[in-house]
Design a protein around this ligand. Sequence first.
Ligand SMILES: [Zn+2]
Length: 176
Amino acid sequence: MTTEVIPKVVSLDLDDANYLADHLSAEQLRKEIHDADIKRAVARCFGEDEEEFYWEDFGEVCKTALDILRANQPKVEVREGQVSVRATKDANDIVDVISRYTGLRKVGKEYIGKCPFHQDNHPSLQVNQDKQVFYCFSCQRKGDVVNFIMQIEGLTIKEACQFLLNDPKGIDKCLL
Ligand SMILES: [Zn+2]
């Protein structure tokens, strides 16, 4: 029923999310997120990296679309150089950003540290610089650099991008 929209989404970007928010209901989006999780898990089982990343990305786009619907806000405008999740991610290395909130040290391919979302006695937070994602084994929070800022600063996706890209106050706050 909704499969025809899938090929239009190739990466996590606000215009993709806007498209889905315009065309799907919250219920349909939740189903897409669920399906993407399953497809990602299957791809992981078969070691199909590209497929796995595609479904991970697609799930994130659907979650962003759901955020847009939930916020019941007018469509987020995307102008060149303005708020774009991809541009925000390109400009902000996840290890640099998370290091402003908690100490990270490199262990093998991952960076680990105490999770800043709760009282963490042992380092539960893993940050993968190659994939630009974080995951906490204790509280199960996970995501990319934009999700991290949304969660830790309590911002919408648009605000989180502005915070990371061009809000000087945001940068000050980041460095506290
Ligand atoms: Zn945690």
